[in-house]
Design a protein around this ligand. Sequence first.
Ligand code: PEP
Length: 240
Amino acid sequence: MARKVLAGNWKMHKTRGEARAFVEAFLPLIEPLAADRLVILCGPYTCLDILSANAGPYAVGAQNVHWENSGAYTGEIAPVMLTELGVLYAIVGHSERRQYFNETDATVNRRLKAAQAHDLTPILCVGESEALRLAGQTESHIRFQLDHDLKDIDLDRLIVAYEPIWAIGTGKTCAPVEANRIIGLIREHVGQANLPVLYGGSCNPGNIDAIMAQDKIDGVLVGGASLEVQSFARIVNFEA
Ligand code: PEP
C-alpha cells in the first residue's frame, strides 16, 4: 500500500534555533509514526542540515532546486548542494515562485529534470488562480501546466501537489470533494495510475480528516499549519 504523504512547507520561516526547537518538540509527537505515512519537512536552505541530523521519522525536502550543478546563478541552489545535506525531496513550481519570481513552465521543467537526475524526488505544484476558476478554466489551466512541466519527466519518481492559488494562505480551503475531483483528473491526465497527488491550500487540524478521507487524495502539502508543532503533529496523525 502506498504511503500517505504529509509534507510541510515552511517557506521563508524559521531560524536555525527555531528549527531545532521544532524538531525536538515534534519528534515525540510523531513516534511511532503509523506505517502508512511519510512525513516530509521542507525547510529553508539554512535549516536543512539541522533537519537532516534528526531525519528518519521524517524525510527532508527543499523548497526549490536549480537545473545546473554550479555556475553564475546568484541566489540559486544546486541539486548536489541539497543531496549533500541529505535532502531527498524538492518542491518545484510552487505558485509563489511562479508569481513573485517569474518562474515559467519551461524553467519548472528544467528544475524537475535536474532534481530527478540527482535522485531528488520533485514535488511539482500546479493549480489555478481565482480568476481562472471563475472563468471556468481550472481544468484546462492544470492540463496546460502538466503538459509543459512534465515534458520528458520520469513519472515514476514524482509527486504532484494540487494547490489552488486562491486557497493558499487564505483560510479558504477547496471543498474536499472538489479537490478529490481535480486530483482524479490530474492523475488521469498524467496517465500514471500510482502517481501520488497531494492537496495543498489552507489545510489545518480542523479539516485534515475530511481531506484525507477522500479516496483520490494521497496526502497534503501544508504551509502555515506546518509551522506550529502541535498543529502539524495533528495533521500528521490524521484520523484514517
Ligand atoms: C503552500 O504554500 O504550499 C500551502 C499549501 O500553504 P497554506 O497551507 O498556508 O495554504
